[in-house]
Design a protein around this ligand. Structure first.
Ligand code: NAD
Length: 260
């Protein structure tokens, strides 16, 4: 379905981003991976996707809190893949704390990665997409782009911000064959969520088991975590020709969380 297309997925060494990169590769796209981690593990991921799906897969370990490294990442994707048709802004981090104790450096890091990095990747990719008359930008937002939870001030602010950025980019791309959408998942059991369970337990004064049952899954009427592959399938659909009229949308995939 995406044969001949090229795709950058930020934060694709783990979790949701990795599932998206695998699914885009399975549909024939050439992939630029990005993210942090052990170099040997990342090379195994890169070589594994290339071998499994028979597509070119590159890796660039740019730290997306640094605009100069983002610029290098985008030019590297263009040079090594021969262009950039699909941009998935997925990289993100979380920090859980009451606002009066929220560390300033955590606020700055979350805004830089979860919001500003998508501005930079998009501004640096947009002209080439316009010239080509085709582009797909998918921002992995969150149910927290639509509703808030306590103790997640930076994350909720960044995710609400990316909802606005998504709509603005959609309007700017509308006459140029470029779509831009945000996907808003509920809880997905990835390292990002696993790491916040102890902090949420501490902030709320409850056990880790109670966090999973009474905080995380309590928000989702299905009482089930969202699967990474289901999010990846939605990305592929948005990137397909059938997705051409879906733009500026916030796609909930949250087990009914934000319907409540
Ligand atoms: P994850 O921790 O499994 O993966 C995060 C990825 O981002 C990793 O590849 C990591 O190396 C990368 N990353 C971290 N800091 C980086 C940096 N400075 N520069 C470049 N890459 C960096 O997390 P995940 O759960 O897969 O989250 C992916 C996205 O999905 C995030 O934007 C997150 O907010 C969003 N999301 C997650 C959930 C959930 O429940 N897991 C729910 C809604 C939205």
């Amino acid at each position: 379905m995406l044969s001949g297309k090229t795709a950058l997925v930020t934060g694709s060494t783990s979790g949701i981003g990795l599932a998206i990169a695998r699914k885009l590769a399975a549909n024939g796209a050439k992939i630029m991976l990005n993210g942090m981690g052990n170099p040997d593990d990342i090379e195994n991921i890169r070589a594994g996707i290339a071998a499994e799906f028979g597509v070119e897969v590159c890796f660039n370990g740019a730290d997306l809190t640094k605009p100069d490294q983002i610029a290098t990442l985008i030019s590297d994707a263009h040079e090594r893949l021969g262009g950039l048709d699909v941009l998935v802004n997925n990289a993100g981090i979380q920090f859980v704390s009451p606002i009066e104790d929220f560390p300033i450096e955590k606020w700055d890091a979350i805004i830089a990665l979860n919001l500003s990095s998508a501005f930079h990747t998009t501004r640096l990719s947009f002209k080439a997409m316009k010239d080509k008359g085709w582009g797909r930008i998918v921002n992995i937002a969150s149910a927290h782009a639509l509703v808030a939870s306590p103790f997640k001030s930076a994350y909720v602010a960044a995710k609400h911000g990316i909802a606005g950025l998504t709509k603005t980019i959609a309007l700017e791309g509308a006459e140029h064959g470029i779509t831009c959408n945000a996907i808003c998942p509920g809880y997905v059991l990835t390292p990002l969520v696993e790491k916040q369970i102890p902090d949420t337990a501490k902030a709320r004064g409850i056990t880790e088991e109670e966090v999973v049952k009474n905080v995380l899954l309590a928000a989702q009427p299905t009482k089930k975590f969202v699967e990474t592959d289901d999010i990846a399938e939605l990305v592929v659909f948005l990137c397909s020709d059938a997705g051409r009229s879906i733009t500026g949308s916030l796609q909930s995939i949250d087990g009914g969380w934000t319907a409540a």
